[in-house]
Design a protein around this ligand. Structure first.
Ligand code: C2E
Ligand code: CA
Ligand code: CA
Length: 964
């Protein structure tokens, strides 16, 4: 078993990306800091990926991966040992462990655990046998009927599908763990075993590789935050280290495809020891050459053949030829088995009656010329058949057997230019004879080199040759070319750079860096694509905070399942942002929003988050629900926000919903915070408010009222109640005020102080007022018609009737339509109506007064009106607000002021009605002040029409002369 510990690190010389040292995670991560959690990692034995040595040391691909990931995901980690894949997987499913590595995906698994977007590597599955098995690689016919050990049924299924494609059948034997599978393979209980990411070792070897597929670190599904950390952590890790999988694969010698595995026939050929005869050019520098003295084959192609030999075990015997034509002749004659180098041209190979190997090298072409003049003739090496076709139209082509012949033809002036490969061109230009030649590159000019094989050679020769060529990866190939052209056999990237001039190193380095950077960008772009989509949804690009959607999800995750009152939602915005934008410009406005975002996100505690939802609206999920602590925090925030650049002129409002019901939808919680904030909008002295459920219920009712108004009017839900106004002297009812009562369908009574302000806001109160007046008229009409006693009835009118919106004409018309004498109707306007432009009000009141209606000023003393107002308008009645009767009344200054007001009004010719009289004491004082009428509970509450009629009837039964 080949673990990593105890062995020299094989990766230290792999020059895959020497510049890309593993990047540290960026310190300035944009994501909000979250608590560092300890993640429980399920660990099971998987060769090279997860291993534990006798002393308990863990090592393997997964460990390296985890160490890096933890930095990006902000994790600490601990291990939980599992018996094998299945039990580790079960642990992650049921939450005993948080994550595990090396999981191949399937639909079933995706339903059970959380897979991140990015994999932790790619591995093929192998069918493997004991080292001494007589089964050969891909010897499918011999595989038929063998018993194969698997550790998951999924592995068996994949194997069966692969077997079907390859025309053999297997019998599956299910084991619990990889270790058991391996044991069964080694002790011969089964013929073969299956393992993902398998690698040959001293006891076993692979006989088939299939389904290279990505494998993943997965997380428990019940912890979405964990899954997100995993997903984001991986994305960030790979964004910083795009080649991380390859590097770690190489470090653990897990890169598959390098090793050549041979079929039975190929092995037979190799073990026969037959040498393969290869024709090589004796002077095709620097690609092929034969040392005249030792007869040794050297050059780039020779190094490649050496590599093929070492990978496959083929042994070559080199036969030198003058040129390619001779090599082809010898192939045809059976004097050699392979021509080492030919242009890869399948139709030409067909003509020659040879097979082509896979290509092993691509050579750029250049033009060599002696002068810069026009060129008509072109020398081309004979074996470059494609070039002859390609350039035949533009030049007169002259073919030569060798590169050197082509160059000589240029020097002698026989041709104008020569078309040759750039390696040779550079090589010969180094000789003084060819020093004067100019080289110019041609775009897209290159040709691919392959070997050609005699048709009647053993078929194993071609197949082994191809496996050898395929086994040479790009890094090996680069090393070969570098070492051949730099004239050194052993070279590392470090020595390479030290050997060449500084300027060249810098250029090469720059190119390498450019390649790596563009590669990184490409990988980064792919990785970030998914992130970007979710970013659009869940993040606010301006402030880097969450978006509303992101915030809702965060609240859902954080608050759900918590006890009540663990968190609060704070809604923040400012007054005057539009003006700020207009004044300072949008750039400054945007900067202010960013700054606000920073202030809000600054001191966030674990579990807290904040978002910008739209415009200048921010939301914050704050922990704790202790009111005084919250107020303190809001006050600090307010201070810091107002300290922002040019923010003094702005005022911030905070609405706070202390989450008392964590089961509410997060959007409703945010609404509550928003509602609380809206209630104090524009109030300078209040910058925060807590959401009040009672208050909210009231607001909800109001909103409902407005919607219900038209049906309420249609259904006659508004009723007039009549509150008597009584003479302090006779105690008899001398008038009444009609007060609206909204009796809903369900019997509930809605007080006017609740709905009148609502209806005033949208102007619908005018309808209600006229509706009430009509009710009064109807009542008076009936009473008059019935010969019952009647009194003057006052009706309340909103100040809107004093504006142009609702003209007093409506009032007069309505009263007239019932034929009611005008003196039986009094019109009350509340004191607050008399603020604003006076002219229209004066006209309206004068109009009513002149028409014979009594006009009363209501609620005098409750607000801002002055005695002046009384003097300026043609009122008939002053109704003094009950506020005068509260407080120190009947003692002290209130009583004196009340007396003075009453005296003033009487002197001005107004009759005075005192409202809200409740007690005998009040009554006595007011009688002494000689008010004209008293309205209040002392005499009567507002009465339904029937009761009021009965009251009048009983009072006026005997004496009609007391009627007003
Ligand atoms: P208001 O015009 O000042 O009406 C008198 C209010 O005082 C009535 O409340 C009445 O029930 C209450 N009240 C009467 N005597 C006493 C007392 O001894 N003690 C106390 N504490 N309260 C007393 P109500 O009926 O709830 O009406 C409230 C207000 O709604 C009215 O105040 C009036 O401004 C408005 N309102 C009522 N009906 C209408 C209407 O049809 N149109 C308009 N525009 N407003 C109306
Ligand atoms: Ca009133
Ligand atoms: Ca009043």
């Amino acid at each position: 078993m080949s673990g990593i510990s105890g062995q020299p690190d094989p990766f230290s010389i792999v020059p895959l990306s020497p510049q890309v040292a593993l990047a540290e995670p960026a310190a300035s991560s944009t994501s909000a800091p979250t608590a560092r959690r300890t993640v429980r990692v399920a660990w099971f034995q998987q060769q090279d990926y997860m291993e534990t040595s006798a002393d308990g040391t863990r090592y393997g691909y997964m460990l390296d991966y985890l160490e890096l990931l933890a930095q990006y995901a902000n994790w600490d980690y601990e291990f939980i040992d599992a018996d094998g894949f299945s039990s580790a997987y079960a642990m992650v499913c049921d939450g005993q462990a948080d994550v595990m590595g090396c999981v191949f995906p399937s639909d079933e698994r995706r339903a059970q655990v959380a897979f991140p977007t990015l994999s932790m590597g790619t591995a093929a599955t192998s069918l493997y046998v004991p080292e001494d098995s007589n089964l050969a690689f891909e010897d499918f016919a011999s595989f038929d009927g063998m018993r194969v050990a698997v550790d998951t049924s999924e592995n068996l299924l994949n194997l069966q599908q692969y077997a079907e494609r390859k025309g053999f059948a297997v019998v599956g034997v299910l084991y619990e763990t990889q270790a058991e599978v391996r044991e069964a393979v080694i002790d011969g209980t089964v013929d073969a075993g299956v393992q993902g990411g398998y690698r040959d070792d001293s006891e076993t070897r692979s006989i088939a590789r299939y389904d290279p597929s990505p494998f993943y670190i997965v997380a428990n599904k019940d912890d979405p935050a964990l899954a997100e950390e995993l997903d984001e952590g991986l994305a960030d890790l790979k964004a910083d280290n795009p080649l991380i999988d390859e590097e770690l694969m190489a470090r653990h010698s897990l890169a598959y495809g390098d090793a050549v595995t041979l079929t039975k026939d190929e092995q037979t050929f190799i073990s026969s020891g037959t040498s393969v005869r290869v024709a090589v050019n004796k002077a095709w520098y620097p690609l092929e050459s034969v040392d005249q003295g030792s007869g040794e084959f050297s050059g780039i192609v020779s190094s490649i053949f050496d590599e093929i030999a070492s990978q496959t075990g083929l042994s070559f015997e080199y036969v030198q030829v003058e040129n390619n034509a001779q090599a082809n002749q010898m192939l045809r004659d059976g004097e050699v088995d392979i021509n080492a180098s030919a242009e890869y041209d399948l139709s030409d190979a067909q003509r020659q009656g040879v097979d082509s190997s896979h290509t092993y090298l691509t050579l750029p072409l250049v033009l060599a010329s002696a002068s810069t003049g026009d060129a008509n003739t072109l020398a081309v090496p004979a074996f470059l058949t494609s070039a002859q076709e390609q350039y035949g139209d533009s030049y007169d082509i002259v073919t030569y057997q060798t590169v050197q012949d082509c160059l000589d033809a240029v020097l002698s002036g026989d041709v104008d230019k020569a078309l040759i490969n750039s390696y040779s061109a550079e090589y010969y230009k180094g000789e003084s004879r060819y020093d004067s030649l100019q080289l110019s590159s041609i775009q897209q000019g290159s040709f691919s080199l392959c070997a050609t094989v005699r048709r009647d050679a053993d078929p194993a020769v071609l197949s082994i040759l191809n496996k050898g060529i395929d086994a040479i990866n790009d890094a090996d190939m680069n090393d070969i070319i570098v070492s051949e052209t730099m004239g050194t056999q052993t070279i590392t990237v470090r020595s390479f750079f030290s050997r060449i001039p500084l300027w060249a190193s810098i250029t090469i380095l720059a190119v390498l860096v450019a390649i790596i950077v563009s590669l990184s960008l490409l990988v980064y772009a792919t990785i970030k694509r998914n992130k970007r989509i979710s970013n659009l949804l869940y993040h606010d690009s301006l402030t880097s905070l969450s978006s509303y959607q992101g915030f809702l999800e965060e609240v859902e995750r954080t608050v759900k399942g918590r006890s009540c009152h663990a968190y609060a939602i704070v809604s923040v915005d400012m007054d005057g942002f539009e003006k700020y934008n207009a004044f300072y410009g949008f750039t400054a406005g945007n900067q202010l929003l960013k700054d606000i975002g920073s202030v809000l996100s600054d001191g966030l505690q674990p579990g807290e988050t904040c978002a910008r939802t739209f415009a200048d609206n921010f939301l914050m999920l704050a922990s704790g629900s202790e009111i005084s602590a919250m107020v303190q925090r809001i006050s600090n925030l307010n201070e810091r926000l107002r300290a922002l650049r040019d923010a003094r002129a702005l005022s911030f409002s905070f609405g706070i919903y202390l989450i008392d019901d964590p089961t509410l939808p997060p959007a409703l919680m945010c609404d509550h915070a928003f509602t609380a904030k809206r209630a104090i909008k524009g109030q300078v002295e209040m910058y925060y408010a807590f959401f009040d459920a009672g208050e909210n219920a009231r607001r909800v009712r109001c909103a409902q009222m407005v919607r219900d108004l038209s049906t309420a009017l249609e259904n006659d839900e508004f009723h007039a109640y009549y509150q008597p106004k009584c003479s302090p002297f006779t105690r008899k009812t001398i008038g009444a005020e009609a007060l609206v009562r909204w009796i809903r369908d369900d019997g509930s009574i809605c007080s006017p102080s609740e709905f009148v302000p609502v209806f005033e806001e949208n102007g619908t109160i005018c309808k209600v007022d006229l509706y009430m007046l009509e009710a009064v008229c109807r009542f008076l009409r009936q009473a008059l018609d019935a010969g019952e006693p009647v009194v003057q009835v006052s009706s309340n009118f909103s100040y809107l009737h004093l504006r142009d919106e609702c003209s007093p004409d409506n009032i007069i018309e309505l009263v007239d339509s019932y034929g009611i004498p005008h003196e039986l109707v009094q019109v009350e306007f509340t004191e607050s109506s008399f603020i604003g432009p006076k002219e229209a009000m004066f006209r309206a009141i004068a109009m009513l007064h002149d028409a014979g209606f009594s006009v009363a000023m209501d609620d005098f003393g409750s607000g801002v009106s002055s005695l002046n107002t009384i003097g300026n308008f043609p009122f008939d009645v002053l109704k003094i607000d009950q506020a005068f009767l509260r407080g120190s009344f009947p003692h002290g200054r209130t009583k004196d002021i009340l007396g003075a007001v009453i005296g003033f009004a009487r002197n001005a010719g107004l009759s005075v009605v005192m409202e809200g009289v409740e007690t005998e004491e009040q009554f006595i004082v007011l009688r002494a002040f000689r008010v004209d009428a008293i309205q209040g509970y002392y005499f009567s509450k507002p009465l339904p029409e029937e009761q009021f009629r009965a009251r009048l009837a009983s009072e006026y039964a005997l004496r009609d002369d007391e009627r007003i």
